[in-house]
Design a binder for this molecule. Structure first.
Ligand code: SF4
Ligand code: SF4
Ligand code: SF4
Length: 340
């Protein structure tokens, strides 16, 4: 059984406006989707073992992720319109080959830094936070934390407002404009596009498979692999043991209230973070707090969010009502592909 609220288009529409209120509750730090922690999965990334696949054209984990998720990548409708009220848009569709940044077409990447004369490679992707501010804030219920530990964006519901990126301590989700349901709803003052990020291979976990990146890394390095996947409790135990063994440090045990992606390093993460800052990286590894604790900072979104949600929900309701008529009163099975 799906380990989250069984969101369908129908019950989303029924509860669309209520969801706006739920978003507001999320701002106060209450998660309506508390996890059955024992079922949550996690990943440990041992930075003492990753060599960045430096002899490969593209790191194997990155390559595997792209292949696994290719069908979910966006196909924007040209010409891409500017977002409202901004006068810009985000377009990665002409830079699909980029593999050294997180983009809608590249959900994991490997950073390289030098620490005390040693090359360190850091695979980066969504941290799959235990209490994810992105999912708690999303006013449309398009982002959810599942019992398997994954935090997943529903591309059929996302309107690309990018609040999830703003509230994510690592700014992980990336937007592609000119795609998604908003195209059918204009004018809706809720941004435009769809957000994309690592979904922990939620679909593969459901089938009893391990994430594609972990599998690819294991194929290449066997028992010397730096990526480990399993139940979060066991992964945390493994990370603690490894950290003790190398007299090292863990990142993700406490950050943002705990994350499903855990890193182990022999260097302190404060040092790694400082070096990443020096290299002008936008993907850092510092101490982070759950930003939703700072209610003042998010008060604006707190007030505006429900209003925008209500407008969006009404727009969606009208759109689906029309669709329902067209489809002879029946509801089509949800497509995993973004409709444009
Ligand atoms: S995690 Fe594995 S596959 Fe990815 S860069 Fe490191 S060694 Fe290569
Ligand atoms: S890392 Fe960012 S996008 Fe991923 S679950 Fe946490 S808050 Fe959400
Ligand atoms: S868990 Fe899946 S979606 Fe996430 S980086 Fe790995 S392959 Fe990509």
């Amino acid at each position: 059984m799906e380990g989250k609220k069984g969101w369908t288009r129908r019950n989303f529409l029924k509860t669309g406006v209520i969801a706006a209120g739920a978003g507001a509750v999320g701002v106060m730090g209450f998660s309506p989707m508390a996890l059955a922690k024992s079922r949550a999965h996690g990943t440990m990334i041992d930075l003492t073992k990753c060599d960045g696949c430096k002899n490969e054209p593209v790191p194997k984990c990155v390559e595997a992720c792209r292949m696994e998720n290719e069908e979910k990548f966006p196909h924007p409708k040209e010409p891409i319109k500017d977002l409202w009220p901004q006068k810009t848009h985000d377009d990665w569709s002409k830079k699909r080959e980029v593999s050294n940044s997180l983009t809608p077409y590249n959900w994991t990447m490997v950073q390289k830094i030098e620490v005390e004369g040693e090359d360190i490679f850091i695979p980066r992707r969504c941290m799959h936070c235990e209490n994810p501010p992105c999912a708690n804030l999303c006013p449309f219920g398009a982002l959810n934390k599942y019992e398997d530990g994954s935090v997943v964006i529903n591309h059929d519901l996302c309107l690309g407002g990018a609040k999830c990126k703003a509230v994510c301590p690592w700014h992980i989700p990336q937007r592609q404009s000119g795609v998604g349901i908003y195209l059918k709803l204009q004018p809706v003052p809720a941004g435009g596009g769809v957000m994309y990020k690592c979904d922990l291979c939620h679909g593969r976990i459901k089938k009893g498979l391990i994430p594609a990146c972990v599998e690819a890394c294991e194929k290449r390095l066997g028992s010397k692999k730096p990526l480990f996947f399993g139940k979060r409790d066991e992964i945390l135990k493994l990370a603690r043991e490894r950290a003790q063994e190398i007299n090292g440090y863990i990142y993700g045990e406490k950050e943002n209230g705990g994350t499903g992606t855990l890193y182990v390093s022999r260097f302190p993460f404060e040092k790694i973070d400082a070096i990443l800052r020096d290299t002008q990286s936008s993907l850092l590894m510092g101490k982070v707090e759950n930003p939703l604790r700072n209610v003042n900072r998010w008060a604006k979104g707190f007030l505006i969010g429900p209003i925008v949600s209500a407008i969006g929900a009404m727009g969606l309701a009208l759109y689906h009502k029309n669709q329902e008529r067209k489809e002879d009163g029946g509801w089509r099975k949800k497509s995993s592909k973004t409709k444009v």
